[in-house]
Structure formats: C-alpha cells, structure tokens
Design a protein around this ligand. Structure first.
Ligand SMILES: Cc1ncc(COP(=O)(O)O)c(C=O)c1O
Length: 438
C-alpha cells in the first residue's frame, strides 16, 4: 500500500467486454474489478490484483468470503442432494429450528421460520400474510426505504429510482418520512426531534391518506440503499408500539442488518423489538441465495397448505450454508471483532470528516459506516459524481467499496466481520490518500 492498479487489467477487460456484449446494462455496476477469488476480507481479481473488500459482496459475506467451514458444508451437501422441493430434509429442519432458537428473548413470538431464496420474497410474503391476517390492505413504508424488486416489494420502496417508470404501484401503499437527520425534512435541530416529528407525521398520514385499513408497517431498522441512515435509539420501539396501537402488524426488514452486521446478531436487539415478522437474508447463508421470514405460527396459519412456496426456497444447500454460518457465529468472536474494528474505523473516518470539506456526514453502527459526500458542508449539495470518482480511485489503490444513497453520494463501508485491524488501517489510509488527491 498504496497500490496503483491500472484498472481494468487486460484479463478483466476481456470479461467486461463479454458483459457489455451479452448482459443487460440494467445490472448494478461498480469499479471494473473482475473477482476471481475472495477469502476472508480479501479479493483477488482475474489479473492477480488484491483488494481489501469493503462490500462483503453487497453485505452478504459477513463471516468472510469462502470461509473454510462454510465451503466444506456446501460442498458436502451439493454432493448429497440439492432439490427435493416439497420433501423435507434434515438440513432444512435443523436450519429452521436453529434460526427460531437464535431469536432473542424479547422476540420469542417469532417461533416459525419460512425459508425462501431472496429477500424480496421474504418482504413480499410478510406483506401479503399481514393483509390476509388483518383482512386489511394498506401498508406504511418509509421515504428512502428499500425492500426488494418484486412488484409488491418494489411498491413499498421509498426511493424513486427503484420504482420509476414501472407504472402504477400496489394500491394502499402510504409513504412516511424517516429520521434522516442530516437532511431532516422538518429542519430539526436534534436527531431526537427529527425522530419525534417523523412519528408525529404518522398520525397525519392516517388522518389524511389512510382509509382506515392499515394492515402493516414495514421498515428497515437502518436504511441501507438510502445511504446507511441509522435512526436514533428508541425510534423503532416507538414505531412498533404505534403500529400495534393501529391494530396493524410490524414488519422488521433485517435482510441487510442482521447476522452481526451492526455488532449484534439481530438489529432488533438494539431496541429490544418484538416484531410480528422479521425478514432475514443476505448474510444468512454468506452468499448462497437464501432468505427467511420469521413469524409466529398463528400468522402463518392464515395460509392454506401449498399457497406460498417457491422452487428453490428451503433447498438443502441453502440450509446447509445457513447452518454453517450459525456454526461460525457460535465458534468465532465475529461480533466482538465487528464492534472493535468497526469502532476503530468509524473513529478514523470521523477524523477524515473534520479534515475534508467534501465528507459531509458519517453514520455508523458496528461495521455499517456510511460516508455522505457533498460539494460543500455549508450547502450539503450532494456530490454523486465525486462519489463515483472516489470508488474508482479506491479500487485502483486496492479497496473495493459500494456507492448508494438517495442522491447516489454515499460510500458504504461494510466489510466482512472478520476484517483485521491491519486491513482496516490500510484501507482507511487509502481513503485518506484518495480524499487528499481529489
Ligand atoms: C433491506 C432489504 N430488503 C430487501 C432486499 C431485497 O433482497 P434481495 O435482493 O435478496 O431480493 C434488500 C437487498 O438489498 C435489502 O437490503
């Protein structure tokens, strides 16, 4: 370090050409790094360049890329049976039991685990079951939220780019402001005031927009796609209580925020929540397509047998991968490392915020660190092009990072939870250098 890769390398360029020719441009794109291998928090590209990974492959590889225990479990299962569909298997039954048992004490109502393939399926299923159970049809979601890309899940998105030009959305979706303090729509002076205003606004929404038919409120505990927006402590609990006062169900979308990401196994532990549904995915199987909807058996009983299912959902390879992830959490101190290295990285990045005019805001919890870039701190005008430039320069110095945000101006620092202190130091040094250059 510092490196200065001339990206893309020649072999990478060949793959990028194939991508351009044969794949649609709608697929998400990042810096021109063609991954060949990834282990722990290190990626090697097809030209042999090495990178420290700040993406966890979009927040999936929480236990580290290609963890040996997980690799062995997946390989062994693939060699045995992969697709029994409606027939149960031992890994699937064990996985459901272990996930239910892993729910925290305050969420023991979540006694049933419905294994699926993608997060979108889980949020869509939660929303649909909530409608069936309550007999109502309205759903409140939040400005900035992201819950997936199937129609119902997409309709609940509070970011326009997720739903732009797709025609009419799901009837009965109501969008409410979320405590994005840095850009508080109410101009609040404190984080708490911003959260209070957002909660007050829910009553206005019910008074003017609802037809009195609220089935559910769905929220991400911290907003991922919007740019790592973390609400103040207590907000989620008050939101849950408000939801229950309306006779509606509270859906906690932890697809990105669970499996240790914020320093606790489940985000709901921070606020001692007891959601009616909890959607999990991403880190659940470290990258093998898997998700689950956790809920109470009485809620699932509202569905008839065979009414909700999918071809690959609950396949034994996914289940074996998820069981291996749980093993690793039991045997390694990933949560401790997440808190220690996450705390160190956040402190260092805070120093950079004071040093550089373009780093407007830094938000963090565990190994979720959002860096919001602006043209100037005074105007807070978003700087999306500059943010893209930073991700490119970071890659050429050997650090991969993703770009998100309502304005496309947030870099997310979300490395595998096993990232070492040394890797953290090196990667922050790269960031300092890049910010100095621009
Ligand atoms: C909070 C949240 N919900 C739902 C989803 C959708 O999950 P998937 O892409 O697996 O369908 C995502 C994915 O990024 C997410 O971050």
């Amino acid at each position: 370090m510092p490196k200065n890769y001339d990206l893309p390398g020649p072999k990478s360029q060949d793959i990028l050409d194939l991508q351009d020719q044969y794949e649609p441009s709608c697929r998400a794109r990042a810096a021109p790094v063609v991954w060949a291998e990834a282990h722990g928090a290190t990626i090697t590209d097809i030209d042999g360049n090495e990178y420290i990974d700040w993406t966890s492959g979009v927040l999936c590889a929480n236990i580290g890329h290609s963890h040996p225990h997980w690799v062995k479990a997946v390989q062994e299962q693939v060699a045995k049976v992969t697709m029994p569909y409606a027939y149960p298997t031992e890994p699937r039954a064990t996985c459901a039991r272990r996930l239910v048992e892993a729910m925290p004490d305050h969420a023991k109502n979540l006694d049933t685990c419905f294994l699926l393939s993608t997060g979108s399926e889980a949020t869509e299923a939660a929303m649909r079951i909530a409608k069936r159970v309550t007999g109502r049809h309205e759903v409140i979601s939040f400005w900035g939220s992201f819950h997936g890309r199937t129609w119902g899940a997409m309709s609940m998105a509070g970011i326009r780019s997720t739903k732009n030009n797709w025609g009419p959305l799901m009837p009965g979706t109501i969008y409410a402001p979320y405590p994005y303090f840095y850009r508080c729509p109410f101009g609040s002076r404190t984080e708490q005031e911003c959260a209070d205003k957002c909660l007050e606004w829910l009553d206005h929404k019910m008074r003017y927009e609802s037809i009195g038919d609220l089935a559910a409120v769905i929220t991400e505990p911290y907003q991922g796609g919007a740019g790592f927006i973390i609400p103040p402590e207590g907000f989620l609990k008050r939101l849950q209580d408000w939801t229950h006062e309306q006779g509606a169900l509270f859906i906690d979308d932890e697809i990105q925020s669970s499996f240790g990401r914020t320093g606790k196994m489940w985000y709901m532990e921070h606020d001692k929540l007891s959601p009616d549904f909890c959607c999990i995915g991403k880190g659940i199987a470290n990258g093998i397509p898997t998700a689950a909807l956790m809920g109470n058996h009485e809620l699932f009983d509202a569905l008839n047998p065979g009414e909700m299912s999918s071809t690959t959902g609950a396949n034994p390879v996914s289940a074996a991968a998820a069981n291996a992830v749980l093993d690793v959490f039991e045997s390694e101190n990933l949560l401790q490392n997440c808190n220690e290295v996450g705390g160190f990285m956040a402190d260092e990045i805070m120093k950079l915020r004071n040093k550089y005019e373009v780093l407007g805001d830094v938000r963090h919890k565990g190994l979720v660190i959002g860096l919001e870039f602006v043209k100037s701190k005074a105007t807070k005008e978003p700087a999306p092009d500059l943010t893209t430039e930073i991700t490119m320069r970071m890659a050429s110095k050997g650090v991969t990072c993703g770009k998100v945000g309502i304005f496309g101006n947030v870099i997310r620092v979300a490395p595998p939870l096993c990232i070492t202190r040394e890797q953290a130091e090196k990667s922050i040094k790269c960031l300092d250098e890049v910010l100095g250059e621009i």
